[in-house]
Design a protein around this ligand. Sequence first.
Ligand SMILES: *Cc1c(COP(=O)(O)O)cnc(C)c1O
Ligand code: SF4
Length: 342
Amino acid sequence: MITRTPIAVHREAATPFERGGWQRQLREAIRDPVELCRRLRLDPSLLPGARTGHGLFPVRVPVAYLERIRPGDPADPLLRQVLPLDAEANAVRGFVDDPLAEREHTPRPGLIHKYPGRMLLIASPTCAINCRYCFRRHFPYADNAPSMREWEKTLDYLRSDGSIQEVIFSGGDPLASPDRRLAALVERLDAIAHLKRLRIHTRLPVVIPDRIDDDLLGWLTATRLQTVMVLHINHAREIDEAVIAACARLKGAGVTLLNQSVLLRGINDDVESLAALSERLFEAGILPYYLHVLDPVTGAAHFDVPDDEARELVEALRQRIAGFLLPRLVREVPGERSKTPL
Ligand SMILES: *Cc1c(COP(=O)(O)O)cnc(C)c1O
Ligand code: SF4
């Protein structure tokens, strides 16, 4: 068990990986299914399926994440999140391109206002990793990557609605954006008096822990807004020492750390995995927040866990772990004003 005392965390603390900056790691992420299979010594019989899936939603795996995958194991729970499969080409009834009907809630490009009091900004069109089950795998990001000038109009929307207390940076992955851009955006948000909180939904600190560098901590600590980071981790083995170090730096900067997971067939659909995940999250200073059932997006049906089974799993989990380590099992229902508990 690792105890985290924010005061003891120094910004100077070097991260354990010396691979060059995060930008370089982002650029050098693996984007070729052949290379993915080769580096992980996977059976060549997986290649045709990987190519098919890659054609539908491209492979993207940063090396820092790849190194946590067990070579030669096609069932590895980390591998399954990133390896394209033949099954992605299956059309399955009920699985659609925009399962959350987000395109109906974009009053301006890059802005999703569905829930009272908080508003989501698509702060970056890209991700550091492409997760096969992603509900935004068909999202038209090209139409949703505003320039700084266009941001001004989005900010006007925010300024004119005094009921919005919280801005959520989403994506893509918002932390795939350069710090300069994020800092400029946060500075403008800072000046909007009715805003209280900045929330960042990101997987970057998990997949490239070196993302949590001094430049990022600079703008995160400079804002008057309270800061919350909602990470996305689905399996305990995603949390290695580098992730723990990145989380310690964030906590040292006063950031509240939460996690959301997706319940995924073959990855974390058993009580042992979910219990281990919650325990490991807490060791890293992160509280479990949501456990989402899969959004029915085209190409991801093979990850689906039926509702009844999901409820039973969480019931069994409740009897295993501390109450505050239990995530809320939810689904996103288009048109609802919040996530829907199952
Ligand atoms: C999930 C989500 C939020 C945040 O919801 P919380 O329940 O506060 O975590 C906000 N806006 C949109 C569009 C969302 O999908
Ligand atoms: S990091 Fe999040 S938004 Fe990006 S592909 Fe994975 S699930 Fe989707």
